[in-house]
Design a protein around this ligand. Structure first.
Ligand code: AMO
Length: 450
């Protein structure tokens, strides 16, 4: 019988290990090393060449004493390199690698349509061109650093919530209807009936409160947003959580503040190289200390008062108003985050709990990050009769929501939660003009490829 031999020692060829060993002194000038990666760029110097190799998190320089390097290798060749350490203080790693032999194990069948190693040329390209060629443009060090930061935000979200005692679950993506209003859902043919792509895990995260009390989920959320704006995708990654036994929706804002503190610190430490590449050398995210909160109605007043403009829409914040509020609290409180609380009931879904002190408003909030809404959250109605009454007040037929109401019928604790859009967070943290830059393979009104 054959068995899988899973514990044989493997040669990693990992440059990160070489760097560590050079730093701790176990590798020295002249020692043999083996590494792997993609050929990022070749600089032919006549009787030798600089070969820049790209590994998953960096690019580094090798020296190849050969006269025809550019004939033997081309950009995007995948190579196994044997060589020796050539200590050099001018090198960012403290050493280059002198190549003794190269084995090519993969490579392009055609010349690349873009010079992905040329940052200047890449910066001048239209976003659509970058997106059309995403399979290769994602390999550009700056662009892939954006995706690594997205990894960091998801990692921080999951890690933080686990430490807080939350359990991860996976909701279905194909559903019969929506909880957010249902207007902008994508329909799919489901055998001989209609199904929709879920526009939020809302119903499922609430139901899971009855199972695990504190839950979260990370996954795609679909919105048939017809508008092509710099902040909307038709498929985005939702970071959603829900928790039971809250005393008030203030508990949610406290949790979210600590969550952002955790994510910022994680990015500043473990993702520093990526922040250097995207924001500029040495730039880090601010230490979050005090995060302001303001009631929706007061925020409207404040904007009108300070900007001298009239309140046109009393129940919603326009993008310019969000931007202005973000700037105001950044200047006044030094905070990139501001919670806007007590949104008007008419603008919130049927599940939002109204404020008993003033039922025109809800116990809910939006969180702005540098002036863009990145979160919606709040306390939900957990009592069956109260939920049915609110539906009726809205001229909704509770019978149509029988499925949603099952959890209320059989009992839920007081609870609330919030949902964040991953790409919007990355967009704002990395100062990107367009949300599409924050998605590896964005989906919008006009884009279904690559
Ligand atoms: P909401 O609809 O506000 O709330 O969505 C939550 C967050 O998701 C992000 N977002 C988007 N990101 C990119 N493209 C879009 N088209 C898009 N739409 C929304 C935003 C937004 O803040 N169930 C509630 C959440 C809750 O109360 O728990 C909900 O879906 O960052």
């Amino acid at each position: 019988m054959d068995f899988v031999q899973y514990d044989r020692p493997r040669q990693t060829r990992d440059i990160e290990i070489v760097i560590q060993q050079f730093a701790d002194g176990s590798l020295k000038d002249g020692d043999e090393v083996k590494i792997r990666g993609a050929v990022h760029r070749i600089k032919d110097m006549g009787d030798f060449a600089f070969v820049i190799i790209r590994s998953p998190r960096r690019t580094f320089q090798c020296i190849w004493e050969t006269e025809d390097a550019a004939q033997k290798l081309s950009p995007e060749d995948w190579v196994l390199v044997d060589g020796t350490i050539a200590a050099d203080e001018r090198s960012p790693l403290g050493f280059d690698i002198r190549i003794s032999s190269v084995e090519k194990v993969g490579g392009p069948a055609e010349k690349l349509p873009l010079e992905i190693s040329n940052d200047r040329k890449m910066k001048n390209l239209q976003l659509e061109t970058l997106l059309d060629n995403r399979v290769v443009t994602l390999r550009n060090p700056r662009i892939r650093a954006i995706m690594r930061v997205a990894d960091g935000v998801m990692y921080g979200f999951r890690q933080f919530l686990r430490e807080e005692g939350f359990t991860e679950f996976v909701p279905p993506k194909m559903v019969m209807g929506g909880a957010e209003g249902g207007a902008d859902m994508f329909m799919v043919k489901y055998f001989d009936q209609r199904a929709y792509l879920n526009q939020s895990p809302q119903q499922y995260k609430q139901a899971m409160v009855g199972v695990f009390e504190k839950v979260f989920t990370v996954g795609p959320v679909f919105r048939g947003e017809n508008s092509n704006t710099p902040r909307h995708l038709t498929e985005f990654q939702g970071l959603d959580l829900e928790m039971g036994f809250i005393e008030s929706f203030q508990d949610l804002m406290e949790l979210e503040t600590r969550m952002f503190q955790y994510i910022f610190r994680l990015l500043n430490t473990e993702y520093a190289a990526e922040l250097d590449l995207v924001l500029g050398a040495g730039r880090r995210l601010p230490e979050l200390d005090k995060v302001p909160q303001i009631k929706f109605a007061d925020a409207k007043e404040l904007y009108a008062q300070k900007s001298g403009k009239k309140i046109t829409d009393p129940v919603d914040l326009a993008p310019e108003e969000e931007k202005w509020l973000g700037q105001y609290f950044l200047e006044e409180a030094g905070s990139p985050l501001v919670f806007v609380t007590h949104y008007p009931s008419v603008k919130r879904p049927f599940y939002a709990m109204d404020d008993p002190e003033n039922p025109r408003y809800t116990l809910s909030y939006d969180l702005l990050l540098y002036g863009l809404e990145v979160t919606t959250g709040g306390q939900r109605i957990h009592d069956y009769d109260q939920q049915v009454a609110k539906m009726k007040k809205r001229h909704m037929n509770p019978a149509d929501f029988e499925n949603y109401l099952t959890m209320h019928k059989y009992g839920l604790p007081p609870h609330g939660g919030f949902g964040l859009g991953l790409e919007r967070i990355v967009q704002k943290l990395l100062e990107l003009d367009n949300i599409r830059e924050a998605s590896a393979f964005p989906r919008d009104r006009n884009r279904l490829v690559p």
